[in-house]
Design a protein around this ligand. Sequence first.
Ligand SMILES: Nc1ncnc2c1ncn2[C@@H]1O[C@H](COP(=O)(O)OP(=O)(O)O)[C@@H](O)[C@H]1O
Ligand SMILES: N[C@@H](CCC(=O)OP(=O)(O)O)C(=O)O
Length: 389
Amino acid sequence: MSQAAALPPRPDSATSAASALRAARRIVVKIGSSLLIDAETRRPTRDWLAAVASDLAVLKAEGREVIVVSSGSIALGRGRLPKLGARLEDKQAAASVGQSLLMAAWSEALAPHDLVVGQVLLTRDDTERRRRWLNARATVEALLGHGVIPVVNENDTVATEEIRYGDNDRLAARTAQLARADLLILLSDVDGLYTADPRRDPTAAHLPLIETLSPDILAMGGGANTQAGVGTGGMATKLAAAQIARSAGCATIIASGQTLSPLSAVQAGARATLIAAPDGPMAAYKQWIAGSLSPAGSLTLDGGAVTALKAGKSLLPAGVTAVSGDFEKGDCVRLTDPEGRAVGVGLAAYAADEAVRIRGRRSDEIEAILGYRGASVLIHRDDMVLDER
Ligand SMILES: Nc1ncnc2c1ncn2[C@@H]1O[C@H](COP(=O)(O)OP(=O)(O)O)[C@@H](O)[C@H]1O
Ligand SMILES: N[C@@H](CCC(=O)OP(=O)(O)O)C(=O)O
């Protein structure tokens, strides 16, 4: 078998946001524009930032590693250049100006705690293409290794619609996956998930613990929401993010950022929603597969195979159009769609040279081609972890 990175052992399953936060060792905290930026002045909310910085410093002092995913570049940039219009290049110019203001605000807030920040700007390709993924992961690891707090945002200055994550909830989940964090915290203007939008339905009930992201739960997120013109999230994107995080074995907390020290508040038991990480031997096994640092090769799938995998099927040789790398039977391989986008990873039931010979062929031809009767699938669904999006 090739080098599968051992995931850090996960803490015992937490059943509340407070216990999940107390147990977490690598934490991604996502902070939305509406919390960071005063809607009237369009400047950073400095007192709030200072209080959050103290919270982060406490976590760091406890030996936890923290990554911040911070929105706000576009809103801050627009605050500084109010004449900018609505064209893509205006938004990108706003992001360019605002991103440096954003980093300055974080740097200033964390400096009194002797904490250094490192700017990490990602586009979707950085988490979907293997080489860039490994590169981004190595950078984040190096920053954490030096005690730095990475401050991540989408690279809005160059990202166009086709290559955007689109919202920072998803970006934060991808960051948690990339960094193999055990906890993702989404700070919002609401203290968790309710059975319906609490702004519209006063009878909506708060849900403190979600163990399975069933279609019923996902439907509670409704559509996207935009507050005061400075945000693009909404509950739907938070649930989508939690789903991505879960696929990487990471729990998610949705909590209110509207108090001065939101992280201490959660740790002390403030109301929040915990979306627990998956449990059980299969989840642990899949986590181990997903944590495999260096897949030894890759398989390109046709569109039909991608659809079949998403429907829970195993990968048949017939759906594979190309094989690359030099992997052995049982090695981890990366799966990509016809456009080269990552679909997931899995353990190959055949070595690379055999996979080359049986790709595109029917399962009942395998024996005649290889001269022995092997598995009827190239990757069994139990040996596969798909990227959720
Ligand atoms: N089921 C739900 N539970 C909680 N909030 C919901 C729900 N459905 C919709 N929402 C809305 O989502 C909002 C949070 O999203 P948003 O303000 O876009 O977040 P952020 O700016 O933090 O990314 C809440 O203020 C609430 O009005
Ligand atoms: N990357 C963008 C933020 C996108 C976003 O999702 O914003 P928000 O809903 O405020 O978290 C920016 O920095 O302006």
